[in-house]
Design a protein around this ligand. Structure first.
Ligand SMILES: CC(C)(COP(=O)([O-])OP(=O)([O-])OC[C@H]1O[C@@H](n2cnc3c(N)ncnc32)[C@H](O)[C@@H]1OP(=O)([O-])[O-])[C@@H](O)C(=O)NCCC(=O)NCCSC(=O)C[C@@](C)(O)CC(=O)[O-]
Ligand SMILES: NC(=O)C1=CN([C@@H]2O[C@H](COP(=O)(O)OP(=O)(O)OC[C@H]3O[C@@H](n4cnc5c(N)ncnc54)[C@H](OP(=O)(O)O)[C@@H]3O)[C@@H](O)[C@H]2O)C=CC1
Length: 411
């Protein structure tokens, strides 16, 4: 006998009559989530009243974003800006939606953006674009490895045809081979347009791998061989880029630095050199920045990006220089270069309602015209947000305001 009563469904799972992930086969998605909550509440004594309070459709989330759904977590969302961005794709004034639980963070980014706004805005450009997937193949030895990569070099067009047969938007840009003993890695890079593209690139590469296996001595071991490199700190992403490589910069007159950031161009430049460059080098860090991860993570959560890719998104170098000007004083030249920012305005979590609304705040929801321009613009605006965060935090450190700011706003 079947039932759609949540309590009875929870009993059936507790009795071993039904597996916890099979609840949607017995009842609608909301009821299944409620049954799962009841089960977890009973077994853990947790009260899930807040988790049960969500506004999206459980069916939509189940089919694209989550399994074993019990409800939702909520993260406060704020907004920083507006800031004028002169980008390759971004043009005009943008509010940046940010979701975080770190007090003082949005205030800090807002301070950076208001400083940038007071000098007319920042410039940003995507300088490279390619989402990568790098399968690993087994071969007998070096001779077979060499034969495989020679075939790949001679047959990129055939690989492109195979890969692109799986997508109407994705385009294969490049296939870069790497050999380690009897392992061959092929790093496929795609223009995934407005999608972050990890599903798209994975599916396309799977199709290309079948051709490689049919035509070469190589045998596929794993569709992802970690040279991609997804969701792990990796020098290859810092050097070669992944997703969008994007840089933002601004020139701020010294009096504005003093007025709005309570310090000087020289003090910010020194803090950047000793902290972000020398300190990071000594620490063996891949991040030569102060807190790009803060802006990337908050923007990712707000706009439905894959939050684990903050690992690559925070792969950034910040530069700050005091530039002598004609008045005999100094201006501050500030830049941030994010090597591997993986963002999309279609697909993945961008379809969920609050995330889609956050993209609407930016005017970047859905596919761009031309395709890819919305994701380019999103990357540029996030880069300007990261620049603002770097400016404000370095200023707070230079003026010894970090601790007091977090005493006032962050606890
Ligand atoms: C807190 C401030 C901004 C005060 O800074 P202030 O200059 O004293 O503030 P103000 O009242 O003079 O206002 C200046 C501007 O700040 C903004 N602002 C000011 N207050 C607010 C607010 N409540 N809400 C929204 N925006 C706010 C706002 O833009 C305002 O301009 P306006 O728009 O009024 O013309 C400053 O002290 C600051 O930015 N401190 C740094 C805090 C920070 O960056 N924290 C980052 C997180 S730290 C971390 O996670 C990483 C770390 C530190 O471990 C990494 C590392 O190792 O370096
Ligand atoms: N599979 C994996 O290994 C991994 C998956 N992920 C997950 O992958 C998801 C993101 O993958 P992603 O491929 O971006 O998204 P989706 O899988 O949601 O696919 C997005 C699809 O949207 C279509 N599309 C419509 N308009 C556009 C446009 N303007 N530009 C580009 N595509 C458009 C494309 O279809 P078409 O291709 O038919 O043209 C594209 O494939 C996230 O949920 C993420 O968490 C994350 C890491 C690894």
């Amino acid at each position: 006998m079947t039932t759609t009563d949540p309590a009875e469904l929870a009993d059936r799972v507790a009795d071993g009559d039904l597996r916890i992930h099979e609840l949607e086969e017995e009842a609608d998605h909301e009821t299944a989530a409620e049954a799962r909550r009841l089960l977890v509440e009973r077994e853990t004594d947790a009260d899930l009243e807040a988790v049960a309070d969500y506004t999206f459709s459980a069916e939509q989330a189940n089919n694209t974003a989550i399994e074993n759904m019990i409800g939702a977590t909520q993260v406060p969302m704020g907004v920083a800006g507006p800031v004028p961005v002169d980008g390759g794709a971004a043009e005009g004034d943008y509010y940046l939606p940010l979701a975080t639980t770190e007090g003082a963070l949005v205030a800090s980014i807002n301070r950076g953006l208001s400083t940038i706004r007071s000098v007319g805005g920042a410039t940003a450009r995507v300088t490279k674009n390619g989402m990568t997937r790098a399968p690993v193949f087994r071969v007998d030895g070096v001779a077979a490895a060499s034969e495989t990569i020679e075939w790949v070099a001679d047959n990129v067009d055939r690989l492109r045809e195979a890969a692109e047969s799986t997508t109407s938007h994705g385009e294969l840009i490049d296939v870069e081979p790497y050999v380690v003993g009897d392992s061959v890695y092929l790093r496929f890079a795609y223009d995934t347009k407005d999608a972050m593209g990890m599903n798209m690139a994975t599916i396309a590469t799977g199709e290309a791998c079948e051709l490689v296996e049919a035509e070469t001595p190589a045998s596929l071991v794993a569709l992802s061989g970690n040279l991609c490199s997804d969701k792990k700190p990796a020098a290859i992403n810092a050097v070669e880029g992944r997703g969008r490589s994007v840089t933002a910069d601004v020139l701020i007159p010294g009096d504005v630095v003093e007025d709005r950031l309570h310090t000087t161009p020289e003090a910010i430049a020194e803090a950047n050199t000793r902290k972000n460059l020398t300190g990071s080098a000594k620490a063996g860090s891949l991040g030569f920045n102060a807190h790009a991860a803060n802006v990337v993570a908050a923007a990712f959560l707000a706009t439905g990006q894959d939050e684990a890719q903050v690992v690559e998104g925070a792969n950034a170098i910040t530069t700050m220089d005091a530039r002598p000007n004609e008045d005999g004083t100094s201006d501050l030249y500030a830049s941030v270069s994010l090597a591997s920012l993986e963002v999309g305005t279609v697909g993945g979590g961008t379809k969920l309602p609050t995330q889609a609304e956050a993209l609407e705040i930016l005017g970047l929801r859905g596919g761009g015209d031309p395709a890819g321009s919305n994701a380019d613009a999103l990357a540029e605006v996030i880069a300007v947000g990261a620049l603002a965060g770097e400016l404000s935090l370095l200023a707070a450190l230079s003026s010894r305001h970090l601790a007091s700011a977090h005493e006032d706003l962050g606890r």
